[in-house]
Design a protein around this ligand. Structure first.
Ligand SMILES: Nc1ncnc2c1ncn2[C@@H]1O[C@H](COP(=O)(O)OP(=O)(O)OP(=O)(O)O)[C@@H](O)[C@H]1O
Ligand SMILES: [Mg+2]
Length: 467
Protein backbone atom coordinates (compact mmCIF):
# COMPACT_ATOMS: atom_id res chain seq x y z
CA UNK A 1 0.00 0.00 0.00
CA UNK A 2 2.73 2.41 0.97
CA UNK A 3 4.59 1.92 -2.25
CA UNK A 4 1.49 2.82 -4.21
CA UNK A 5 1.14 6.06 -2.33
CA UNK A 6 4.74 7.09 -2.87
CA UNK A 7 4.56 6.38 -6.57
CA UNK A 8 1.47 8.58 -6.75
CA UNK A 9 3.25 11.37 -4.95
CA UNK A 10 6.13 11.12 -7.43
CA UNK A 11 3.70 11.40 -10.33
CA UNK A 12 2.14 14.52 -8.90
CA UNK A 13 5.50 16.16 -8.38
CA UNK A 14 6.40 15.47 -11.99
CA UNK A 15 3.29 17.18 -13.29
CA UNK A 16 4.29 20.60 -11.98
CA UNK A 17 5.84 22.08 -15.09
CA UNK A 18 7.33 25.48 -15.47
CA UNK A 19 6.93 27.23 -18.78
CA UNK A 20 8.91 30.15 -20.14
CA UNK A 21 6.42 32.63 -18.75
CA UNK A 22 4.94 30.71 -15.83
CA UNK A 23 6.43 33.15 -13.30
CA UNK A 24 4.33 35.99 -14.69
CA UNK A 25 1.14 36.65 -12.77
CA UNK A 26 0.20 40.10 -14.00
CA UNK A 27 1.59 43.41 -15.15
CA UNK A 28 2.56 44.46 -11.62
CA UNK A 29 0.95 47.91 -11.65
CA UNK A 30 -0.41 49.93 -8.75
CA UNK A 31 -3.88 51.52 -8.60
CA UNK A 32 -2.72 54.54 -10.55
CA UNK A 33 -1.40 52.24 -13.28
CA UNK A 34 2.23 53.08 -12.43
CA UNK A 35 4.57 50.12 -12.80
CA UNK A 36 6.06 48.76 -9.60
CA UNK A 37 9.75 47.97 -9.98
CA UNK A 38 9.34 44.29 -9.19
CA UNK A 39 5.88 42.84 -8.77
CA UNK A 40 3.77 39.88 -9.94
CA UNK A 41 6.84 38.33 -11.53
CA UNK A 42 7.55 41.37 -13.71
CA UNK A 43 10.72 43.41 -13.44
CA UNK A 44 11.68 46.69 -15.13
CA UNK A 45 10.33 47.63 -18.58
CA UNK A 46 8.31 50.26 -16.72
CA UNK A 47 7.05 52.30 -19.66
CA UNK A 48 5.92 49.37 -21.75
CA UNK A 49 4.14 47.81 -18.78
CA UNK A 50 2.36 51.03 -18.00
CA UNK A 51 1.27 51.38 -21.61
CA UNK A 52 0.03 47.80 -21.56
CA UNK A 53 -1.84 48.55 -18.33
CA UNK A 54 -3.62 51.52 -19.88
CA UNK A 55 -4.72 49.34 -22.76
CA UNK A 56 -5.95 46.58 -20.46
CA UNK A 57 -7.97 49.15 -18.56
CA UNK A 58 -9.81 50.46 -21.62
CA UNK A 59 -10.36 46.94 -22.91
CA UNK A 60 -11.92 45.93 -19.58
CA UNK A 61 -14.28 48.87 -19.77
CA UNK A 62 -15.32 47.54 -23.17
CA UNK A 63 -14.70 50.96 -24.67
CA UNK A 64 -12.36 50.19 -27.54
CA UNK A 65 -12.45 47.67 -30.26
CA UNK A 66 -10.73 47.40 -33.57
CA UNK A 67 -7.46 48.91 -32.38
CA UNK A 68 -4.11 47.44 -33.15
CA UNK A 69 -1.03 47.64 -30.98
CA UNK A 70 2.50 46.60 -31.82
CA UNK A 71 5.03 45.69 -29.15
CA UNK A 72 8.43 46.12 -30.79
CA UNK A 73 11.85 45.50 -29.32
CA UNK A 74 14.98 43.39 -29.36
CA UNK A 75 14.77 39.63 -28.71
CA UNK A 76 14.35 38.66 -25.08
CA UNK A 77 13.13 42.07 -23.91
CA UNK A 78 9.85 40.69 -22.64
CA UNK A 79 7.38 41.30 -25.48
CA UNK A 80 5.69 37.93 -25.20
CA UNK A 81 5.96 38.19 -21.41
CA UNK A 82 4.04 41.49 -21.42
CA UNK A 83 1.34 40.02 -23.64
CA UNK A 84 0.99 37.04 -21.29
CA UNK A 85 0.74 39.43 -18.34
CA UNK A 86 -2.02 41.32 -20.15
CA UNK A 87 -3.92 38.08 -20.66
CA UNK A 88 -3.75 37.45 -16.90
CA UNK A 89 -5.06 40.90 -16.06
CA UNK A 90 -7.89 40.93 -18.51
CA UNK A 91 -10.37 38.86 -16.50
CA UNK A 92 -13.25 37.16 -18.27
CA UNK A 93 -12.71 39.01 -21.54
CA UNK A 94 -11.61 36.53 -24.24
CA UNK A 95 -7.90 36.45 -25.00
CA UNK A 96 -6.56 34.46 -27.95
CA UNK A 97 -2.90 34.01 -28.66
CA UNK A 98 -1.48 32.76 -31.94
CA UNK A 99 1.87 32.83 -33.70
CA UNK A 100 1.71 34.42 -37.13
CA UNK A 101 3.09 31.27 -38.78
CA UNK A 102 0.01 29.30 -37.66
CA UNK A 103 -1.93 31.17 -40.32
CA UNK A 104 -0.15 29.24 -43.06
CA UNK A 105 -1.82 25.88 -42.81
CA UNK A 106 -2.89 23.52 -45.54
CA UNK A 107 -6.26 22.83 -43.99
CA UNK A 108 -7.76 26.26 -44.37
CA UNK A 109 -7.07 29.48 -46.16
CA UNK A 110 -5.14 32.28 -44.51
CA UNK A 111 -8.16 34.52 -44.28
CA UNK A 112 -10.31 31.77 -42.77
CA UNK A 113 -7.67 31.14 -40.14
CA UNK A 114 -7.49 34.84 -39.30
CA UNK A 115 -11.28 35.13 -39.27
CA UNK A 116 -11.48 32.25 -36.81
CA UNK A 117 -8.85 33.85 -34.62
CA UNK A 118 -10.78 37.14 -34.72
CA UNK A 119 -14.04 35.50 -33.80
CA UNK A 120 -12.41 33.52 -31.04
CA UNK A 121 -11.45 36.85 -29.51
CA UNK A 122 -14.95 38.28 -29.43
CA UNK A 123 -17.09 37.21 -26.55
CA UNK A 124 -20.84 37.24 -26.23
CA UNK A 125 -22.06 37.66 -22.68
CA UNK A 126 -25.41 35.95 -22.46
CA UNK A 127 -27.68 36.71 -19.54
CA UNK A 128 -30.12 34.08 -18.43
CA UNK A 129 -32.61 34.03 -15.63
CA UNK A 130 -33.08 30.73 -13.91
CA UNK A 131 -35.55 29.79 -11.26
CA UNK A 132 -34.16 28.20 -8.17
CA UNK A 133 -35.64 26.80 -5.00
CA UNK A 134 -33.60 27.48 -1.90
CA UNK A 135 -34.49 26.37 1.59
CA UNK A 136 -33.74 24.30 4.66
CA UNK A 137 -34.72 20.63 4.55
CA UNK A 138 -37.27 19.86 7.25
CA UNK A 139 -37.99 16.30 6.29
CA UNK A 140 -37.34 13.81 3.49
CA UNK A 141 -39.77 11.00 3.23
CA UNK A 142 -39.16 8.22 0.72
CA UNK A 143 -41.83 5.56 0.16
CA UNK A 144 -40.72 2.16 -0.97
CA UNK A 145 -43.25 -0.27 -2.35
CA UNK A 146 -43.53 -3.52 -0.39
CA UNK A 147 -42.21 -5.66 -3.22
CA UNK A 148 -39.16 -3.48 -3.72
CA UNK A 149 -39.81 -3.06 -7.43
CA UNK A 150 -41.37 -0.14 -9.28
CA UNK A 151 -40.49 3.53 -9.05
CA UNK A 152 -39.87 5.16 -5.71
CA UNK A 153 -41.86 8.18 -4.70
CA UNK A 154 -41.45 10.56 -1.82
CA UNK A 155 -41.96 13.96 -0.31
CA UNK A 156 -39.54 16.73 0.51
CA UNK A 157 -40.41 19.43 3.02
CA UNK A 158 -38.46 22.66 2.64
CA UNK A 159 -38.74 25.85 4.66
CA UNK A 160 -37.45 29.37 4.79
CA UNK A 161 -37.82 31.67 7.77
CA UNK A 162 -41.18 32.77 6.34
CA UNK A 163 -42.77 29.70 4.76
CA UNK A 164 -42.79 25.93 4.46
CA UNK A 165 -43.81 23.82 1.43
CA UNK A 166 -44.02 20.13 0.62
CA UNK A 167 -42.79 18.97 -2.78
CA UNK A 168 -43.47 15.65 -4.43
CA UNK A 169 -40.34 13.76 -5.39
CA UNK A 170 -39.79 11.67 -8.50
CA UNK A 171 -37.27 8.92 -9.08
CA UNK A 172 -34.62 11.25 -10.44
CA UNK A 173 -34.81 13.74 -7.60
CA UNK A 174 -34.63 10.95 -5.05
CA UNK A 175 -31.51 9.73 -6.80
CA UNK A 176 -29.79 13.08 -6.63
CA UNK A 177 -30.84 13.68 -3.02
CA UNK A 178 -29.29 10.37 -2.04
CA UNK A 179 -26.18 11.08 -4.07
CA UNK A 180 -25.67 14.44 -2.41
CA UNK A 181 -26.40 12.80 0.99
CA UNK A 182 -28.97 15.45 1.85
CA UNK A 183 -30.35 15.18 5.38
CA UNK A 184 -32.88 17.11 7.44
CA UNK A 185 -31.21 20.33 8.57
CA UNK A 186 -29.26 20.89 5.35
CA UNK A 187 -29.74 24.07 3.37
CA UNK A 188 -30.01 23.16 -0.32
CA UNK A 189 -30.49 24.85 -3.66
CA UNK A 190 -32.39 23.21 -6.52
CA UNK A 191 -32.08 24.48 -10.07
CA UNK A 192 -35.63 24.17 -11.38
CA UNK A 193 -34.71 23.73 -15.04
CA UNK A 194 -32.12 21.00 -14.61
CA UNK A 195 -33.08 19.55 -11.24
CA UNK A 196 -29.49 19.87 -10.02
CA UNK A 197 -29.14 19.93 -6.25
CA UNK A 198 -26.40 21.86 -4.49
CA UNK A 199 -25.81 21.56 -0.77
CA UNK A 200 -25.04 24.98 0.61
CA UNK A 201 -24.34 23.84 4.19
CA UNK A 202 -26.05 23.00 7.46
CA UNK A 203 -28.53 25.30 9.09
CA UNK A 204 -27.41 27.13 12.25
CA UNK A 205 -30.68 26.33 13.98
CA UNK A 206 -29.87 22.62 13.82
CA UNK A 207 -26.24 23.01 14.83
CA UNK A 208 -26.84 21.64 18.30
CA UNK A 209 -28.53 18.45 17.10
CA UNK A 210 -25.18 17.02 16.08
CA UNK A 211 -22.40 17.17 18.56
CA UNK A 212 -20.02 15.22 16.39
CA UNK A 213 -19.62 17.35 13.27
CA UNK A 214 -16.53 17.18 11.11
CA UNK A 215 -14.33 20.22 10.53
CA UNK A 216 -15.49 20.57 6.90
CA UNK A 217 -19.14 21.19 7.77
CA UNK A 218 -20.22 24.68 6.85
CA UNK A 219 -23.00 26.34 8.80
CA UNK A 220 -25.31 28.77 7.02
CA UNK A 221 -28.40 30.77 7.93
CA UNK A 222 -31.80 29.44 7.02
CA UNK A 223 -32.81 31.41 3.89
CA UNK A 224 -35.34 34.23 4.18
CA UNK A 225 -38.40 35.09 2.10
CA UNK A 226 -39.85 33.01 -0.70
CA UNK A 227 -38.67 29.48 -1.42
CA UNK A 228 -38.61 30.10 -5.16
CA UNK A 229 -36.32 32.85 -6.34
CA UNK A 230 -34.97 34.03 -9.67
CA UNK A 231 -31.28 34.28 -10.21
CA UNK A 232 -29.38 35.82 -13.09
CA UNK A 233 -26.53 33.80 -14.51
CA UNK A 234 -24.10 35.13 -17.08
CA UNK A 235 -21.99 33.01 -19.41
CA UNK A 236 -19.40 34.27 -21.84
CA UNK A 237 -18.89 32.31 -25.04
CA UNK A 238 -16.85 33.33 -28.04
CA UNK A 239 -18.35 33.91 -31.46
CA UNK A 240 -16.16 31.12 -32.80
CA UNK A 241 -17.66 28.63 -30.38
CA UNK A 242 -21.14 29.62 -31.52
CA UNK A 243 -20.00 29.27 -35.16
CA UNK A 244 -18.66 25.77 -34.65
CA UNK A 245 -21.67 24.54 -32.73
CA UNK A 246 -23.99 25.83 -35.43
CA UNK A 247 -22.11 24.65 -38.48
CA UNK A 248 -23.76 21.40 -39.27
CA UNK A 249 -20.78 19.61 -40.79
CA UNK A 250 -18.63 19.69 -37.70
CA UNK A 251 -20.85 19.89 -34.66
CA UNK A 252 -19.62 20.84 -31.25
CA UNK A 253 -17.21 17.91 -30.92
CA UNK A 254 -14.91 19.76 -33.31
CA UNK A 255 -14.31 22.25 -30.49
CA UNK A 256 -12.37 19.59 -28.64
CA UNK A 257 -10.50 18.08 -31.55
CA UNK A 258 -9.66 21.52 -32.88
CA UNK A 259 -10.14 20.59 -36.53
CA UNK A 260 -13.04 22.84 -37.26
CA UNK A 261 -12.33 23.20 -40.99
CA UNK A 262 -13.69 26.16 -42.88
CA UNK A 263 -16.95 27.62 -41.70
CA UNK A 264 -19.39 28.90 -44.30
CA UNK A 265 -19.90 32.67 -44.44
CA UNK A 266 -23.68 32.13 -44.46
CA UNK A 267 -23.51 30.48 -41.06
CA UNK A 268 -21.55 33.42 -39.72
CA UNK A 269 -23.98 35.95 -41.21
CA UNK A 270 -26.90 34.22 -39.58
CA UNK A 271 -25.17 34.11 -36.24
CA UNK A 272 -24.23 37.78 -36.45
CA UNK A 273 -27.86 38.68 -37.13
CA UNK A 274 -29.13 36.53 -34.31
CA UNK A 275 -26.70 38.02 -31.84
CA UNK A 276 -27.45 41.56 -32.98
CA UNK A 277 -31.09 40.72 -32.20
CA UNK A 278 -30.24 39.42 -28.73
CA UNK A 279 -28.20 42.56 -28.05
CA UNK A 280 -31.19 44.73 -28.97
CA UNK A 281 -33.43 42.75 -26.66
CA UNK A 282 -30.89 43.14 -23.89
CA UNK A 283 -30.34 39.39 -23.60
CA UNK A 284 -26.72 39.50 -24.67
CA UNK A 285 -23.81 41.85 -24.85
CA UNK A 286 -20.79 41.85 -27.14
CA UNK A 287 -17.43 41.86 -25.36
CA UNK A 288 -14.56 42.73 -27.70
CA UNK A 289 -11.55 40.75 -26.48
CA UNK A 290 -7.92 40.58 -27.42
CA UNK A 291 -6.13 38.75 -30.20
CA UNK A 292 -2.38 38.45 -29.71
CA UNK A 293 -0.34 37.67 -32.82
CA UNK A 294 3.29 36.92 -31.98
CA UNK A 295 6.08 37.19 -34.58
CA UNK A 296 3.97 39.45 -36.78
CA UNK A 297 6.69 39.69 -39.46
CA UNK A 298 5.72 36.18 -40.57
CA UNK A 299 2.45 37.46 -42.08
CA UNK A 300 2.36 38.30 -45.78
CA UNK A 301 0.73 41.09 -47.82
CA UNK A 302 -2.61 39.31 -48.14
CA UNK A 303 -2.89 38.85 -44.39
CA UNK A 304 -2.03 42.48 -43.73
CA UNK A 305 -4.64 43.71 -46.15
CA UNK A 306 -7.15 41.38 -44.53
CA UNK A 307 -6.25 42.80 -41.12
CA UNK A 308 -6.60 46.35 -42.44
CA UNK A 309 -10.15 45.62 -43.43
CA UNK A 310 -11.11 43.38 -40.54
CA UNK A 311 -10.08 45.94 -37.95
CA UNK A 312 -12.66 48.35 -39.32
CA UNK A 313 -15.51 45.97 -38.63
CA UNK A 314 -17.80 46.91 -35.75
CA UNK A 315 -17.23 43.56 -34.09
CA UNK A 316 -13.43 43.60 -34.10
CA UNK A 317 -11.23 42.71 -31.13
CA UNK A 318 -8.17 44.62 -30.03
CA UNK A 319 -5.22 43.13 -31.89
CA UNK A 320 -1.85 43.10 -30.15
CA UNK A 321 1.20 42.16 -32.17
CA UNK A 322 4.84 41.60 -31.35
CA UNK A 323 7.96 41.65 -33.47
CA UNK A 324 11.69 41.64 -32.89
CA UNK A 325 12.66 42.50 -36.47
CA UNK A 326 14.07 45.79 -37.63
CA UNK A 327 13.99 46.81 -41.29
CA UNK A 328 13.13 43.61 -43.04
CA UNK A 329 11.48 42.30 -46.15
CA UNK A 330 7.69 41.96 -46.08
CA UNK A 331 6.97 38.28 -46.55
CA UNK A 332 6.34 37.37 -50.16
CA UNK A 333 7.51 40.71 -51.59
CA UNK A 334 10.77 42.49 -52.22
CA UNK A 335 9.83 45.59 -50.25
CA UNK A 336 11.66 46.45 -47.09
CA UNK A 337 9.65 47.84 -44.21
CA UNK A 338 10.06 48.39 -40.45
CA UNK A 339 9.26 45.14 -38.54
CA UNK A 340 8.26 43.57 -41.87
CA UNK A 341 4.92 45.37 -41.58
CA UNK A 342 3.66 47.44 -44.56
CA UNK A 343 3.76 51.19 -43.96
CA UNK A 344 0.01 51.72 -44.42
CA UNK A 345 -0.72 49.11 -41.76
CA UNK A 346 1.99 50.47 -39.50
CA UNK A 347 0.24 53.81 -39.63
CA UNK A 348 -2.80 52.33 -37.89
CA UNK A 349 -0.85 50.88 -35.01
CA UNK A 350 -0.08 52.16 -31.56
CA UNK A 351 3.52 51.17 -30.96
CA UNK A 352 4.93 50.18 -27.58
CA UNK A 353 8.67 49.66 -27.55
CA UNK A 354 10.61 47.54 -25.10
CA UNK A 355 14.10 48.48 -23.93
CA UNK A 356 17.09 46.26 -23.11
CA UNK A 357 17.43 45.35 -19.44
CA UNK A 358 20.01 46.69 -17.03
CA UNK A 359 22.29 44.29 -15.18
CA UNK A 360 20.31 44.70 -11.98
CA UNK A 361 17.01 43.96 -13.68
CA UNK A 362 18.48 40.87 -15.30
CA UNK A 363 19.59 39.67 -11.88
CA UNK A 364 16.09 40.13 -10.49
CA UNK A 365 14.51 38.25 -13.40
CA UNK A 366 16.98 35.39 -12.91
CA UNK A 367 16.14 35.30 -9.20
CA UNK A 368 12.44 35.08 -9.98
CA UNK A 369 13.15 32.25 -12.42
CA UNK A 370 15.17 30.41 -9.74
CA UNK A 371 12.22 30.64 -7.36
CA UNK A 372 9.87 29.49 -10.08
CA UNK A 373 12.00 26.46 -10.92
CA UNK A 374 12.61 25.83 -7.22
CA UNK A 375 16.36 26.06 -7.56
CA UNK A 376 18.57 27.27 -4.72
CA UNK A 377 21.55 29.23 -5.91
CA UNK A 378 24.41 30.81 -4.00
CA UNK A 379 24.88 34.56 -4.24
CA UNK A 380 28.20 34.17 -6.09
CA UNK A 381 26.69 31.77 -8.63
CA UNK A 382 23.90 34.29 -9.17
CA UNK A 383 26.52 36.95 -9.82
CA UNK A 384 28.26 34.78 -12.38
CA UNK A 385 24.97 33.88 -14.05
CA UNK A 386 24.06 37.56 -14.30
CA UNK A 387 27.43 38.25 -15.97
CA UNK A 388 26.71 35.42 -18.40
CA UNK A 389 23.28 36.91 -19.14
CA UNK A 390 24.74 40.36 -19.80
CA UNK A 391 27.37 38.97 -22.10
CA UNK A 392 25.21 36.46 -23.96
CA UNK A 393 21.45 36.70 -23.54
CA UNK A 394 18.81 36.52 -20.85
CA UNK A 395 17.26 33.45 -22.42
CA UNK A 396 20.54 31.54 -22.46
CA UNK A 397 21.10 32.36 -18.78
CA UNK A 398 17.55 31.21 -17.92
CA UNK A 399 18.31 27.87 -19.57
CA UNK A 400 21.41 27.47 -17.43
CA UNK A 401 19.33 27.55 -14.24
CA UNK A 402 17.68 24.15 -14.63
CA UNK A 403 20.72 22.54 -16.26
CA UNK A 404 22.96 23.93 -13.51
CA UNK A 405 20.56 22.50 -10.95
CA UNK A 406 20.92 19.06 -12.53
CA UNK A 407 24.71 19.26 -12.39
CA UNK A 408 24.58 20.37 -8.76
CA UNK A 409 22.31 17.44 -7.93
CA UNK A 410 24.82 15.13 -9.55
CA UNK A 411 27.49 16.17 -7.07
CA UNK A 412 24.86 16.03 -4.32
CA UNK A 413 24.97 19.69 -3.48
CA UNK A 414 21.84 21.41 -2.22
CA UNK A 415 22.67 24.74 -3.82
CA UNK A 416 23.85 25.58 -7.29
CA UNK A 417 27.34 27.03 -7.03
CA UNK A 418 29.79 28.80 -9.33
CA UNK A 419 31.36 25.56 -10.49
CA UNK A 420 27.99 24.24 -11.66
CA UNK A 421 27.35 27.37 -13.69
CA UNK A 422 30.87 27.13 -15.16
CA UNK A 423 30.30 23.49 -16.01
CA UNK A 424 27.04 24.08 -17.89
CA UNK A 425 28.49 27.18 -19.51
CA UNK A 426 31.16 24.97 -21.04
CA UNK A 427 28.71 22.18 -21.89
CA UNK A 428 26.17 24.32 -23.74
CA UNK A 429 27.06 26.95 -26.28
CA UNK A 430 25.35 30.30 -26.48
CA UNK A 431 24.55 31.89 -29.80
CA UNK A 432 27.78 33.81 -30.35
CA UNK A 433 30.03 30.91 -29.35
CA UNK A 434 28.00 28.64 -31.57
CA UNK A 435 28.47 31.00 -34.51
CA UNK A 436 32.19 31.09 -33.76
CA UNK A 437 32.29 27.31 -33.70
CA UNK A 438 30.43 27.16 -37.02
CA UNK A 439 32.93 29.51 -38.61
CA UNK A 440 35.85 27.41 -37.48
CA UNK A 441 34.42 24.06 -38.47
CA UNK A 442 32.11 24.99 -41.30
CA UNK A 443 33.80 22.69 -43.77
CA UNK A 444 32.77 19.67 -41.74
CA UNK A 445 29.03 20.51 -41.79
CA UNK A 446 26.64 19.49 -44.53
CA UNK A 447 25.16 22.02 -46.96
CA UNK A 448 27.59 24.73 -46.19
CA UNK A 449 26.63 27.74 -48.29
CA UNK A 450 28.33 30.65 -46.59
CA UNK A 451 30.48 32.57 -49.02
CA UNK A 452 33.67 33.89 -47.51
CA UNK A 453 33.46 37.55 -46.53
CA UNK A 454 29.67 37.70 -46.38
CA UNK A 455 28.05 38.56 -43.08
CA UNK A 456 26.83 35.14 -42.11
CA UNK A 457 24.18 36.31 -39.66
CA UNK A 458 22.42 38.26 -42.38
CA UNK A 459 22.54 35.27 -44.66
CA UNK A 460 20.70 33.17 -42.10
CA UNK A 461 18.15 35.91 -41.59
CA UNK A 462 17.34 36.28 -45.27
CA UNK A 463 16.97 32.61 -45.93
CA UNK A 464 14.38 32.33 -43.18
CA UNK A 465 12.32 35.33 -44.19
CA UNK A 466 12.17 34.82 -47.93
CA UNK A 467 9.66 32.11 -48.52
N1 LIG B 1 10.21 42.25 -17.41
C1 LIG B 1 10.30 40.96 -17.21
N2 LIG B 1 10.04 40.44 -16.01
C2 LIG B 1 10.14 39.11 -15.79
N3 LIG B 1 10.49 38.21 -16.71
C3 LIG B 1 10.76 38.66 -17.94
C4 LIG B 1 10.68 40.05 -18.24
N4 LIG B 1 11.01 40.20 -19.54
C5 LIG B 1 11.29 39.00 -20.02
N5 LIG B 1 11.14 38.04 -19.07
C6 LIG B 1 11.39 36.61 -19.27
O1 LIG B 1 12.50 36.48 -20.12
C7 LIG B 1 12.29 35.49 -21.11
C8 LIG B 1 12.35 36.10 -22.50
O2 LIG B 1 11.33 37.08 -22.69
P1 LIG B 1 10.25 37.03 -23.88
O3 LIG B 1 10.06 35.65 -24.35
O4 LIG B 1 9.06 37.77 -23.44
O5 LIG B 1 11.04 37.87 -24.96
P2 LIG B 1 10.52 38.42 -26.35
O6 LIG B 1 10.67 39.90 -26.29
O7 LIG B 1 9.18 37.87 -26.67
O8 LIG B 1 11.62 37.86 -27.33
P3 LIG B 1 11.50 37.40 -28.86
O9 LIG B 1 11.53 38.66 -29.65
O10 LIG B 1 12.72 36.59 -29.09
O11 LIG B 1 10.23 36.66 -29.01
C9 LIG B 1 10.93 34.88 -20.82
O12 LIG B 1 11.11 33.72 -20.03
C10 LIG B 1 10.23 35.96 -20.03
O13 LIG B 1 9.25 35.42 -19.21
MG1 LIG C 1 8.46 36.45 -28.08
Amino acid sequence: MESIITSQAADIAKLERTGAHSHIRGLGLDDKLESRANSQGMVGQLKARKAAGVIVKVIKQGKISGRAILIAGAPGTGKTAIAMAMSQEIGDVPFTSIAASEVFSLEMSKTECLTQAFRRSIGVRIKEETEIIEGEVVEIQIDRSLTGVGPQTGKLTLKTTDMETIYDLGQKMIGSLTKEKVMAGDVIQIDKATGRITRLGRSFTRARDFDATGPDVKFVQCPEGELQTRKEVVHTVSLHEIDVINSRQQGFLALFSGDTGEIKPEVRDQINQKIAGWCEEGKAEIVPGVLFIDEIHMLDMECFSFLNRALEDTMAPVVIMASNRGMTRIRGTNYQSPHGVPIDFLDRLLIISTQPYSEDEIKQILKIRCDEEEVDMTEEAMGVLTKVAVETSLRYAIHLISTGHLVAQKRQAAKVDVIDIKRVYSLFLDESRSVQYMKEYQDEFLYNEIVAGQDDRMAVDQSTTST
